[in-house]
Design a protein around this ligand. Structure first.
Ligand SMILES: [Fe+2]
Length: 214
């Protein structure tokens, strides 16, 4: 992984400090759930990015964990795909449609800050690797309303709602990190105390994690 995604809320080195934003800090971050103590539903990172900015690799580093909470669940999106396909291959077909999911444009005082993004949930890149673009959030997202899409989303929701034998659950503690191919993940809400304020650094890359040299 070597090309960092330049995100408008990152510090200028392209790495995002994830922490709860106080009133005195960069106010635009406070409008976004990652910079609060609230839970975050299942998603892959950068689901609102353009195709050229697809996030294939993700790295987290924990500087400080919260007083309580802030756990993650992880599920490899390839396994989610297999479970969904085993239920009904039509679910895969529906979620691979090019216009199945639309993220509305984000507006600010200057007009359109980010254009509307439409794309598939599942796609396969030129090297045959599966990519998943997904969020379980209900706001600021529009799904195709046809029966096949709705059935596929309901089935995927059921898979994610119940831990599978492949679902990992844990909490990053100081010095721990996560390196992954932008797999599905969520985050529980958390509480902080003055000396236990959660701080994670996040880096998003356009490349997957390279296979280990043999
Ligand atoms: Fe995330």
């Amino acid at each position: 992984m070597h090309t960092l995604d330049g995100h408008w809320l990152t510090d200028n080195d392209g790495i995002s400090p994830l922490s709860v934003m106080g009133a005195e800090e960069r106010s635009e971050r406070r409008d976004f759930i990652p910079y609060t103590d609230k839970p975050i539903r299942w998603h892959t990172d950068g689901y609102y990015n353009t195709l050229e900015h697809t996030i294939r690799g993700l790295m987290l580093h924990c500087v400080q964990s919260a007083a309580s909470g802030g756990d993650n669940q992880l599920l490899d999106h390839e396994i989610a795909y297999i479970l969904l396909r085993d239920l009904n291959p039509e679910h895969i077909r529906a979620l691979s449609a090019p216009a199945v999911m639309t993220i509305p444009a984000r507006l600010d005082e200057g007009g359109i800050a980010r254009a509307e993004q439409t794309g598939p949930v599942f796609s396969v890149d030129g090297q045959g690797f599966l990519h998943m673009r997904f969020t379980e959030r209900k706001k600021n997202i529009t799904w195709r309303q046809d029966a096949a899409t709705q059935a596929a989303l309901a089935a995927l929701g059921r898979i994610l709602a119940t831990p599978t034998p492949w679902t990992l659950h844990g909490r990053l503690e100081p010095g721990m990190g996560l390196v992954c191919n932008n797999v599905l993940h969520d985050r529980s809400g958390f509480t902080e105390t003055p000396d236990k304020r959660r701080l994670l650094y996040r880096a998003r890359y356009y490349e997957r994690v390279s296979p280990l040299e043999s």
